[in-house]
Ligand binder design. Structure first.
Ligand SMILES: [Zn+2]
Length: 134
C-alpha cells in the first residue's frame, strides 16, 4: 500500500538561543541563527511524523545527539503506525478518552474495564497492533 504520509514526515530540531549565547555576536540572519547549532542552548523540536503533528516543544536536551535520538524515535513511531497500524493499547486509550464525556460514569467504567481486559489477550499483548487482528 502506498502512503504518501511517509514523504511528508519532517521533524526539525533547532536551538532556542539564550540571551547570552555567542550566536548573537555573529552577523547571521535571524533564520540562520535559529539553525545555528554550535552552542549549548536548549534544543527544541517541531514538525510532523508520518501520522501526527508535533507541536513546537522542548526536547529537554542541549546535546544534539540526545535530541536527534528523540527525533528519530518519533519518526520511527510514525512509520510503525503507518506500516503496522495503531497499537491496541493506544486505540483503547483514545476511544475511552473520546467517549468519556458522552457516557455516564458507570458505563464509562464498564467500557474501560472490558476494553482494558482485551489488551492482555492480544498476542504480544499491548504491543500488538489493530492490523494483526484482521
Ligand atoms: Zn545558542
Amino acid at each position: 500500500m502506498y502512503n504518501c504520509g511517509i514523504l511528508r514526515a519532517m521533524l526539525t530540531l533547532y536551538r532556542r538561543h539564550t540571551k547570552d549565547c555567542h550566536v548573537h555576536k555573529t552577523r547571521l540572519s535571524p533564520r540562520a541563527k535559529r539553525r545555528y547549532m554550535d552552542c549549548h542552548c536548549p534544543i527544541w523540536i517541531c514538525g510532523r511524523t508520518s501520522d501526527a503533528f508535533v507541536p513546537r516543544q522542548s526536547t529537554g536536551a542541549r546535546d544534539l545527539a540526545v535530541a536527534d535520538a528523540q527525533r528519530r524515535g518519533l519518526l520511527k513511531q510514525g512509520q510503525d503506525t503507518v506500516a503496522h497500524g495503531p497499537r491496541i493499547d493506544d486505540c483503547v486509550e483514545r476511544f475511552l478518552e473520546s467517549h468519556e464525556s458522552k457516557l455516564g460514569e458507570k458505563t464509562a467504567g464498564a467500557y474501560a474495564s472490558n476494553l482494558s481486559a482485551c489488551v492482555p489477550i492480544a498476542p504480544g499483548a499491548a504491543s500488538s497492533t489493530c492490523v494483526s487482528f484482521r
